[in-house]
Design a protein around this ligand. Structure first.
Ligand code: ZN
Length: 264
C-alpha cells in the first residue's frame, strides 16, 4: 500500500521568491526534502481561472508559462519541464465527475505551479497536472472538490493548493514593510479556522467583514487553500509554516497530514 501523502497549501507570493534566498523559499525546499516520495503532483493554482468546469492540463509535456510582467530576465528564463500525467488527469475527472472537468491543452504550468514545485522538486522529475479554479463555484463547492480529491492522497499523489491567504495587490504597494491590523486579524482567524477545521469560518464571510474584503478582495489566491483543507482526512494533523506577513501579502502555508514533516 502506498504511503498516504499530505495535502498542502503553499503561499507563493511574488515570482521573485523562486530566485531569492528568502526564508519562505528555504521552507519549501526543506519540505520538499522531507516529503515522502510522490508519484505525481496535482497543483491547484491561483493563476488559472475558468468558468463552468475545472480545467486540467492534459499534455504529456505542459509548457512553462511566465504569467507576470516587469520582472528580471532570470525569471523568464526558468523552465519547469516536469512531465504531464494524462493518467492523473483521467483520475481527477473520475473523482470529480465527467462534465465537471475539462481537459485543456491550451494551458501549461503557470508560476502558481512552478513557483512552488521548483523549490520543492528542482529536478522536475515528478509528473504534474495543474488544475484551474472554476470561478462559477461557491467557496463551499471548492471545499467539496478538495474532499472529492482526497483519495488521491492514498494513490501517491501530492495535492498542492498554491495561492496566498492575504493577497491584495492594490494595497500592497502602500502597505509593504508594515503589518496592517486587518491583515494580521485575517491571517490569525484563518489559521485558527484551518487548525480547527472550521468550514463555516473558511467559506462564509459577512458583507461587512472589512478584513476579509481587503484580504481576499478577488479571492483567487485564497481559494486554493480550500482544496487542501477539503482533502483533510480523519487522523490528520495540521502544521502551519512560512507564516509571514508583509503588508497586504501573507505567505502562510499549511500541511495537512503528518505535522512532523514541517521543520523536520
Ligand atoms: Zn500569485
Amino acid at each position: 500500500m502506498t504511503q498516504r501523502l499530505p495535502a498542502l497549501f503553499l503561499g507563493h507570493g511574488s515570482p521573485m521568491t523562486v530566485i531569492s534566498d528568502v526564508p519562505e523559499r528555504r521552507g519549501m525546499e526543506a519540505l520538499g526534502r522531507a516529503l515522502p516520495r510522490s508519484q505525481a503532483i496535482l497543483v491547484i493554482s491561483a493563476h488559472w481561472e475558468t468558468h463552468g468546469a475545472s480545467h486540467v492540463t492534459e499534455g504529456a509535456h505542459p509548457r512553462t508559462i511566465h504569467d507576470f510582467r516587469g520582472f528580471p530576465d532570470e525569471l523568464y528564463a526558468i523552465q519547469y519541464p516536469a512531465p504531464g500525467s494524462p493518467e492523473l488527469a483521467s483520475r481527477v475527472e473520475e473523482l470529480l465527475g465527467t462534465g465537471r472537468v475539462l481537459r485543456d491543452d491550451s494551458w501549461g504550468f503557470d508560476h502558481g505551479a512552478w513557483g512552488v514545485a521548483r523549490p520543492m522538486f528542482p529536478d522536475a522529475h515528478i509528473p504534474m497536472v495543474e488544475m484551474s479554479l472554476d470561478r462559477n463555484l461557491t467557496m463551499a463547492q471548492h471545499l467539496a472538490l478538495g474532499a472529492a480529491l482526497a483519495p488521491l492522497r492514498d494513490e501517491g499523489v501530492l495535492i498542492v493548493g498554491s495561492g496566498n491567504v492575504v493577497h491584495n495587490l492594490a494595497l500592497y504597494g502602500q502597505s509593504r514593510g508594515t503589518r496592517p491590523i486587518w491583515a494580521d486579524e485575517f491571517r490569525t482567524r484563518i489559521n485558527r479556522a484551518v487548525t480547527e477545521n472550521d468550514h463555516a469560518a473558511l467559506t462564509l464571510f459577512a458583507q461587512d467583514d472589512d478584513a476579509a474584503r481587503k484580504a481576499i478582495n478577488s479571492a483567487e489566491h485564497y481559494l486554493p487553500l480550500l482544496y487542501a483543507v477539503g482533502a483533510r482526512l480523519p487522523g490528520d494533523e495540521v502544521a502551519l509554516f512560512n507564516d509571514t506577513l508583509d503588508g497586504a501579502l501573507s505567505m502562510t502555508s499549511v500541511l495537512i497530514g503528518d505535522a512532523g514533516l514541517v521543520g523536520a
